[in-house]
Design a protein around this ligand. Structure first.
Ligand SMILES: Nc1ncnc2c1ncn2[C@@H]1O[C@H](COP(=O)(O)OP(=O)(O)O)[C@@H](O)[C@H]1O
Ligand SMILES: [Mg+2]
Length: 391
């Protein structure tokens, strides 16, 4: 993994006297107090984070928390009052006009909530816009624009006017325009917030689909926690200009930093976020076939469990034995091999808990999490799936 964007102690103040506000921030004065005392608005307050190449980094927060201010610092539409922004190792805050122009034309592009299309230009001309200001030839522009329109599913719509298109389609144009310069970094400021829920869901899935091919570094803003957790590899939660917590959706769900985050995520359907690997236990106890019935019996009774998985030396799963079968087998002089069962469910690490519900309902045993060689990686108890997961 390589770090693509590194933001260090970034602060942005709105108002005529940012210095006064910066000073008050250093004295730990709150955003509200600073507004009252100095009339300055704290947009972003001492924010630091890193984004890896190819990552979808989501910035989530309520309206007014500083999301737009922050993302607009990343292409210097907002000039920070303090802090550094390294992109590919270069501190862009120090860029001169020429550096900045080249940076904006080649490395970074933005998609806006309200699409930001030129209504007097055709769809295709909108997509070509960034190429036009780079003096790229007419033929090449046209061919790139066609390719981009195809990429976003708008082949054949190039000659229309944006206002002839639905909201979802207009945002596809916005995306095609952003992609036309082939930027490494895509900034998306609530790109789907203006769309109907159904369209929005489609667009989310299409973005993920597109990203699996394009592998851009994406900074994506939303105020919707479900959208954040669906799309984000990692999510930063903002409040009053500060980042309160950064983590993967699973990390934030299982370890909310404070009650603010806890409240934020309480309505999330955990089973859609959590994967098998997030709720499995270390596979223990286990037994080998050669351990025999007595050992199996002892392990189960000392751990207070009614079944145990059987593995070989490489921890390849062989089956499961139950305590009832074991007792019966000891009485009737059978071997462990005779009573080994195969009527359990297995899953891989990446399976979403939601998709384990049918098995959890049906099975009598824990669910075995295995890799492609059938090596036992973990054990999921039914209750962890059925309870909709613990907090
Ligand atoms: N151009 C501006 N001038 C003054 N205040 C601004 C400006 N832009 C944003 N703000 C203020 O900065 C804070 C963060 O706003 P914003 O970044 O737009 O939040 P979000 O995108 O999370 O809704 C808010 O208090 C907002 O009022
Ligand atoms: Mg905003």
């Amino acid at each position: 993994m390589s770090i693509h964007i590194k933001v260090e102690n970034l602060t942005k103040i709105f108002g005529k006297n940012p210095r006064a506000a910066l000073k008050k921030l250093e004295q730990n004065m709150s955003k509200n107090e600073i507004l009252e005392k100095t009339g300055q608005t704290v947009g972003v307050n001492n924010v630091s984070f890193e984004v890896e190449k190819g990552e979808i980094f989501v910035i989530m927060g309520l309206s007014g928390s500083g999301k737009s201010t922050l993302i607009r610092c990343l292409n210097l539409l907002n000039k920070p009052d303090k802090g550094k922004i390294f992109i590919d190792g270069e501190n862009i805050v120090q860029y001169n006009r020429e550096d900045l122009r080249s940076f904006r034309q080649n490395k970074i592009a933005m998609v806006f909530q309200h699409f930001g299309l030129f209504s007097h230009k055709t769809v295709k001309k909108n997509v070509e816009y960034g190429l036009e200001i780079k003096d790229i030839s007419r033929e090449e522009r046209s061919s790139i624009a066609n390719e981009m329109l195809e990429t976003v599913g708008l082949e054949g719509w190039g000659d229309k006017n944006p206002n002839e298109l639905s909201g979802g389609m207009q945002q596809r144009v916005g995306l095609a325009r952003a992609l036309a310069n082939n930027p490494d970094i895509l900034l998306m400021d609530e790109p789907f917030s203006a769309l109907d829920p159904l369209i929005r869901r489609d667009m989310q899935l299409e973005l993920l689909d597109l990203q699996s091919k394009l592998k851009k570094t994406i900074v994506f803003i939303t105020h919707d926690v479900n959208e954040a957790f669906k799309i984000g590899d990692r999510v930063a939660v903002m409040k009053d200009g500060e980042i309160v917590q950064i983590g993967t959706p699973e990390e934030i769900l299982s370890n909310p930093e404070n009650t603010y985050i806890r409240d934020f995520v309480k309505d999330i359907d955990r089973t859609k976020i959590m994967q098998a690997k997030n709720i499995m236990y270390k596979p223990s106890p286990l037994i080998f076939i050669r351990d025999g019935l007595k050992v199996a019996m002892n392990r189960m009774s000392s751990h207070g469990i009614s079944s145990v998985f059987v593995v070989d030396r490489e921890r390849i799963l062989q089956g499961i034995v139950t305590i009832d079968d074991t007792i019966e087998a000891i009485k009737s002089n059978k071997t462990l091999k005779d009573i080994i069962r195969q009527d359990y469910f297995t899953t891989d690490e990446e399976t979403y808990v939601q998709d384990l519900l049918p098995q959890a309902i049906e099975t009598k045993y824990p669910i075995a999490v295995v890799d492609e060689k059938n090596k036992l990686l973990g054990i999921i108890v039914r209750a962890a799936v059925l309870s909709g997961l613990v907090d």
